[in-house]
Design a protein around this ligand. Structure first.
Ligand code: PSU
Ligand code: MN
Length: 312
């Protein structure tokens, strides 16, 4: 199941030796993104989270490959110094798929979102990826047309994204509609209800459910063996002891959205602003929840990657 990287693509990639060895031997690898480090959490929690998540992946038998663009190079697997740079350098831009060729061509630094991380992971031959929450359809999208590029990337790139569902700063109902339109399986792990990032409950029934990481791996194999191209969203509810119940978090999200509107923020700046504002409004509780859910997703992603590698 090893993946041959064509030489044209290989010329842009710097695959960390540990990741390259695992890929060459068909061992489990889990991709991790970097927008969550540079634009999703404050320092120093961001770099502690990034290192901790890599450890969780290793503890569950897979090799972590944190992805970013540094000096125009597509990095797959980072050194501790590179992680630190992403966590601290204000010059690191948030880059989605549309930005990727520009950041590469101009030799800049970029923190990759779910969409661009999926794309780079696929180029390197990595099939499983852990994040916090996937982007989706923003509230008011019927006027703003703000639909995350994460959804369009899921429609076309063969990577399984393990997330805690869709951030409740978004319109979850519309997000589920767009996932269905694009033929993206939104599998919920071990729950009949689709999860909402900080909360286990969203008020929306899970469109599809799997009981175990092993079942999820079998879905991936069946999908890609059959040539049903594109990604899979594996929604993994936040652990109970870390969740902020929907009834408590909803008014705080509404407050953050009002504050954002008052500032007139739009486009790529909205998600980083909202996550930061939520940390302030909740007195840090949303940050603790965010870190807990990312670690949980990393564990499940490693279990899925190990099971998928065993399917051969
Ligand atoms: N999950 C987190 N924190 C984050 C993100 C996900 O816990 O910061 C990032 C991901 O990189 C995702 C992005 O792709 O938020 C969504 O941004 P937008 O809504 O602009 O597409
Ligand atoms: Mn957007």
């Amino acid at each position: 199941m090893t993946h041959d990287i064509n030489p044209t693509v290989a010329a842009y990639l710097d695959i960390h030796p540990e990741v390259a060895a695992a890929l060459a031997e068909g061992r489990a690898v889990v991709a991790l993104e970097s927008t969550i480090i540079s634009h999703g959490m404050p320092f120093p929690q961001n770099v502690e989270m990034a290192r901790g998540v890599e450890d969780v992946v290793r503890e569950h038998g897979a090799v972590p490959a944190t992805i970013a663009v540094l000096g125009g190079r597509l990095k797959v697997g980072l050194t501790p110094e590179e992680l630190h740079l992403l966590a601290t350098d204000p010059g690191v831009e948030k880059i989605s798929t549309r930005d990727l060729p520009v950041t590469v061509a101009l030799g800049k630094h970029g923190a990759t979102t779910v969409a661009s991380t999926m794309r780079v992971a696929a180029l390197a031959g990595i099939r499983v990826f852990a994040t916090g929450g996937t982007g989706g359809v923003h509230r008011g999208a019927e006027r703003s047309m703000d639909v995350s590029a994460d959804l369009l990337e899921l429609a076309q790139t063969d990577v399984c994204v393990v997330s805690a569902g869709v951030k409740s700063i978004l319109d979850i109902g519309l997000t589920l509609e767009v996932l269905e339109t694009h033929g993206i399986p939104a599998l919920t792990l071990g729950s009949e209800e689709f999860p909402a990032f900080y909360s286990r409950q969203s008020g929306f029934k899970a469109p599809l459910t799997v009981a175990t990481p092993d079942e999820a791996a079998r879905v991936l194999k069946a999908k890609w063996d059959l040539g049903v191209s594109g990604g899979v969203m594996l929604a993994n509810p936040i652990p109970e002891d870390a969740e902020i119940p929907a009834g408590e978090i909803t008014p705080q999200i509404e407050q953050a959205l009002r504050d954002m509107d008052a500032l007139g923020l739009k486009g790529k700046d909205t998600t980083p602003y909202l996550l930061g504002r939520m940390v302030e409004i909740t007195g840090g509780r949303s940050l603790a929840a965010n870190i807990a859910l990312v670690r949980h997703n990393a564990m499940v992603a490693a279990q899925v990657a190990v099971a998928y590698a065993q399917l051969g």
